[in-house]
Structure formats: C-alpha cells, structure tokens
Design a binder for this molecule. Structure first.
Ligand code: SAM
Length: 257
C-alpha cells in the first residue's frame, strides 16, 4: 500500500457507502455478540428507549429490536445507509418501534437523559472513545447503560506494521485496561468487557466482502478509487490474519453512575 491511500476516511464517502451498503454489517460483529452484550443489561420494560449511534444499515439494530421491547432510534451520518435501515425495519415489521434518522454522533438532536440504553458498534472512534463516552452520557438516564465496541490492543507491545496501521486510523487506540479506566473516569461503572470472537471479523466481515468485491468492481469499472478501495479492504484483511493476536474489537458495557 506504499504511496496509496492508507486510511478508510481518505476515500470518498459515496464509494464507501456503495461498497458497504451491499453488506448486512458494515463492521466486525455478529448477532451472538450483540445478544451477549444485551444480556448484561437489566430492567427491560415496554418503555425502554434505545439509541443506536452510527447504526449503518441496521444489522445489529434489528437484532436489538427483536430481543427487547420499547423503541429504538438508529442514527447515521449516511443518508444512503439510513434509507436501507428504514427499509430493513419495514421488511421485518419493526417500523413502529425502529426508526433511522440522519445525523452526526457529535451533534445530537436529543433531550438530556432521553435514553435508557445507548448502543454503538464499530463507530465510536469517529468521535473518539473518551469524547464519545463523555458527550453521550448526557443523553443517558441515570442508571442507563452504554454498550460500545471499540478497536483495542490485546498486548502492551506489537510489531511496527500493525502499530502504524491502527495508530494512523485510530490515534487514541489503547489496551483494554486503559479503555476501561477511561470509561470509569467518564462516570460509568464497568458492567462487562469482552473480546469479539474471530468469527465476527472473518464470517460476518471479511468473507461477505469477497462476494461483493466482484460486482462492486464491475459497477465501478475503470474507477481507480474503487480499485484502490478494494485493495485497501484486502490489505485490512491481510493485516488481520497476520496480527489478530495483537488487536480486535472489544465490547465495553457500562452503567451511568
Ligand atoms: N454499527 C454498524 C455495524 O456495526 O455494522 C456500522 C459500523 S461502520 C464500521 C461505521 C458507521 O459509522 C458507518 O455506518 C458510518 O456511516 C458511520 N459514521 C461515521 N461517522 C459518523 C458520524 N460522525 N456520525 C454518525 N455516523 C457516523
């Protein structure tokens, strides 16, 4: 990847949405992990209000809706993803409880203490782990829960190649212990933290990409940015297979004090 784009955010958003809109999930994760994280949350009621920040097309949101009562607001910066999200909710007959809106996670249109649960898979790095935990806390009721997945180091040291890739992508990336301490300092008590299993990367993230890469490249034939984007995504997989013992996503579940 010498002299080529080295961050996903270097690519055009429309291109990223065209690619990831073809997939059920836009980041590592799977239904079992979403349900496992949900199992740490008590006091389910019909009035439960959940927000899913950076919901994408709603893979995890629909699982949340099928396993809870109450309402869910999904939000994402991409209108294209939100359109697909609302279509998916309708297909599953969830449209009365699940609604997607377009907005940015760092400028939220909600009331103070509006939600019982704030969810966010694979996206808090866009605002920053510490900043997101602090800002989002204002929208949680007292004793409300936050559940986020976040890129994390599994070891204190790692090879330069993988260190550089992730520090460029997520400058704040830290170890699990460091991230738990940030969560506690932000005013949450730790409820649970667990590493997403490898199948969340391989079965639901990298493998489905292989099948859509061909049609994506056919549709964008001759588009160098599209070719570079596919190369970038293949490089991400290559790095994961080589260095997966050093990093991954961790689910952090906290309760607002
Ligand atoms: N949560 C989904 C999942 O796990 O499948 C999507 C995760 S994807 C890795 C990251 C998502 O963050 C994308 O849907 C992207 O559009 C969204 N996003 C990026 N920056 C954002 C922002 N500032 N506000 C809201 N959404 C944002």
């Amino acid at each position: 990847m010498e002299n080529e784009k080295t961050l996903i955010t270097d690519f055009d958003l429309d291109l990223i949405c065209d690619y990831f809109g073809r997939l059920d999930r836009q980041g590592p994760g799977n239904p079992e992990s979403t349900i496992r994280a949900l199992s740490f949350i008590d006091n389910f009621s019909d009035e439960l209000k959940i927000a899913d920040f950076a919901c994408g097309t709603g893979g995890q949101t629909m699982i949340l809706a099928q396993n809870t009562k109450g309402t869910i607001t999904g939000l994402d910066i991409s209108p294209y993803f939100i359109e697909k999200f609302n279509t998916n909710a309708e297909k599953l007959g969830l449209q009365n409880r699940v609604k997607g809106i377009v907005c940015s996670m760092d400028n939220l249109p909600f009331q103070n203490e509006e939600f019982n649960v704030i969810w966010s898979e694979g996206a808090i790095a866009n605002i920053g782990f510490e900043k997101g935990l602090n800002y989002w806390k204002g929208f949680l009721k007292k004793d409300g829960y936050i559940a986020v997945t976040y890129e994390s180091w599994f070891t204190d040291e790692r090879p330069t190649e993988i260190e550089k890739f992730w520090v460029d992508a997520v400058p704040e990336i830290g170890t699990i212990g460091h991230n738990i301490s940030i969560m506690q300092k932000a005013g949450y008590s730790l409820v649970a933290a667990f590493v997403l299993p490898e199948r969340c990367w391989i079965d639901t993230y990298f493998t489905p990409q292989k099948t859509i890469q061909k049609t994506f490249l056919e549709k964008n034939a001759g588009n160098k940015a599209a070719e570079d984007f596919v190369k970038y995504m293949k490089y991400e997989e290559e790095l994961y297979l080589k260095y997966k013992q050093y990093y991954g996503y961790v689910f952090y579940i906290g309760k607002k004090m």
